[in-house]
Design a protein around this ligand. Structure first.
Ligand code: FAD
Ligand code: MLT
Ligand code: ZN
Length: 543
């Protein structure tokens, strides 16, 4: 079927209401004084080899069996403390907390605390502060930069038992909820009231709203709903000394002094534990349409993006792209699972884009989209396209994009880079990386080298590229070819080495590639002010 026929036959898009809940199949394992700022000259780049993990600091005390007894007295339920030190848990039980989603980072903690209230978090932190115990706050443990797992034996404080809605105001759309609420549950709660959580991502079935705020996650609809820096109205945070900061404002406007909550958005557990969130939630759109197109070049991806904004601007809710290598990887995974991937496009391309519109007038939206599709067809900007006819089809189209993350991790060891540059320069990074790995003899043929695939995908609308190098296994040899080369490329383009996933332990040594010496100095001073003992998520973020 030609593009024209294919699209003509599908031009009456049926309104779709929800996106796929892919995570179901993802099997997720389960103020002290500020010193004066020192202005400096041109910023030197600080680089530390990521594989040389920092030594355990002897500033921190080691947890003992008697400590477990003390911790237990601070919480209401005996199941709130899990430890191999007193036999209340096995090493296996703690694996879920010690290992990350990619199976790349492995901590050695012997204790997990699962407080059930803000007060319990506060008691635990007060105790840690008094006893010099280092801690790692943990949400859904879906982070991709090694931020949510201990490096050594830090106490893991899991927020998963803090998971209730506190209030919702249907007039203002403001939701106040515990930080440990799973994103999908928060969105499900809002859906029943006709509202939507202003963030969506592939890990929604496991990640927590607090973890998302802590990483300032961007996700699939930032283009529409903006960053959490805009939608979060207030936070409740337990500070490193145990003090509770109630900044849970529900006001949209409040220009009285510094906007303190902003410091915690994206702070990755380095200056406090977020326990409550107040967030502005928009009305849920009643009409959603999804279309995926194949294209022959990255230049066409950019043209289509530009055209999409012109023609669908007010109803556009996502514009995602992926390359042929990403598409091949998803199909490879499906075959591994014994599925025969269905033919989606009559004509496959080197690139694909997914466009989602969300509005309140189905007829109007469909008409706009149909006209737009015709425009794309006649101007030959796309090779082929598929427009979802119903919710099920919309889900499968979304899965072409969302399953890439899972495919990268399931088919090998994924070296994941989350980068931002000007959209026009994004794909150069993928091509340069392929050239380098080929030149070094690591990428060859069809999975014949140590590296099986180099794929590029991401949030075109946000100028955010996910460059993934899928190797047969994690090795320093491969990492040394990739890093710091990847960060040098980004610096050269004036981009960011972390668009949305954060720094964690993976990128902490490389922050200098994106931030100036003065910025880093200011960040260190903020860290020092909140956490003078350095107990919060040590060895990461700002080192
Ligand atoms: P965790 O992984 O548990 O923690 C992440 C960091 O936040 C750690 O440093 C941790 O110490 C800290 N932290 C967690 N909770 C708290 C708290 N309550 N208070 C203080 N600090 C805390 N990210 C995107 O930006 N966009 C995407 O589209 C996206 N898609 C993803 C898809 C998949 C399949 C996966 C596995 C991950 C994806 N991510 C994405 C990564 C993303 O960072 C996380 O999914 C999410 O933001 C982390 O939430 P979490 O609750 O799992 O946090
Ligand atoms: C995504 O956009 O799919 C996520 O950020 C996860 C990833 O980078 O794999
Ligand atoms: Zn992403």
């Amino acid at each position: 079927m030609s593009l024209r026929q294919c699209l003509a036959s599908t031009s009456r898009a049926t309104a779709t209401k929800t996106r796929p809940r892919l995570t179901k199949s993802l099997c997720l394992p389960t103020l002290s004084g500020i010193s004066r700022l020192c202005p400096t000259g041109p910023a030197p780049v600080h680089v530390r080899h990521a594989s040389t993990l920092p030594q355990r600091s002897d500033r921190f005390n080691k947890l003992t069996k008697s400590h477990i007894g003390e911790l237990r007295k601070l919480v209401g339920s005996s199941s709130s403390i899990l430890s191999t030190l007193d036999g209340s848990a096995t090493e296996d039980d703690l694996k879920t907390y010690n290992n990350d989603w990619m199976n790349k980072y492995h901590g050695k903690s012997q204790v997990v605390a699962r407080p059930r209230s803000t007060e319990e978090v506060s008691k635990i932190m007060t105790w840690c502060y008094e006893n010099d115990i280092a801690v790692v706050p943990q949400g859904g443990n879906t982070g991709l930069v090694g931020g949510s797992n201990p490096i050594h034996d830090e106490l893991i404080i899991s927020l998963s038992s803090l998971n209730s809605v506190r209030s919702f105001d249907p007039v203002s759309g403001v939701l106040v909820a515990d930080a440990g609420m799973v994103l999908e549950s928060a969105d499900g709660y809002l859906a029943e009231k006709g509202f939507i959580y202003p963030l969506d991502l592939g890990a929604k079935g496991s990640c927590q709203i607090g973890g998302c705020v802590a990483t300032n996650a961007g996700g699939l609809r930032l283009l529409r709903y903006g960053s959490l820096h805009g939608s979060v109205l207030g936070l409740e945070v337990v500070l490193p000394d145990g003090k509770i900061w109630n900044g849970l404002s529900t006001l949209r406007k409040d220009n009285t002094g510094f906007d303190l909550k902003q410091l915690f958005i994206g702070s990755e557990g380095s200056i406090g534990i977020i326990t409550g969130i107040s967030i502005l939630c928009p009305r849920r759109s009643s009409s959603t349409n999804v279309a995926v197109f194949s294209l022959s070049s990255y230049e066409d991806v950019q043209k289509v993006f530009s055209e999409t904004k012109t023609h669908l601007g007010e109803i556009l809710s996502a514009f995602e792209f992926f390359d042929a290598a990403s598409y091949a990887l998803v199909r490879r995974m499906q075959k591994h699972h014994g599925e025969e991937p269905k033919k989606v496009f009559e004509q496959e391309g080197d690139f694909y884009v997914l466009i989602e519109t969300s509005g309140s007038n189905a007829e109007h939206d469909e008409e706009k989209l149909t006209n737009f599709v015709e425009h794309l067809m006649t101007s030959e900007m796309v090779l082929d396209g598929v427009l979802a006819q119903d919710t099920t089809q919309a889900h499968s189209l979304w899965s072409l994009r969302e399953l890439i993350t899972e495919a990268c991790t399931k088919l090998g060891a994924a070296f994941k880079y989350d980068l931002s540059t000007a959209p026009g320069e994004m794909y150069d990074l993928v091509e340069q990386m392929r050239a380098r790995l080929t030149e070094k003899g690591l990428l060859k043929g069809d999975w014949e080298g140590d590296v099986g695939a180099v794929v590029g995908f991401g949030h075109m609308g946000d100028g955010n590229l996910h460059l993934n190098i899928v190797a047969k296994q994690f090795s320093e040899k491969i990492q040394d070819v990739i890093e710091p080369f990847v960060y040098e490329m980004v610096k050269e383009k004036g981009g960011s080495i972390s668009a949305e996933h954060g720094l964690g332990s993976m990128k902490a040594p490389y922050i200098g590639y994106t931030k100036s010496e003065t910025s880093i100095e200011m960040m260190k001073q903020i860290k020092q002010m909140f956490d003078p003992k350095g107990l919060m998520n040590p060895y990461k973020y700002i080192v």
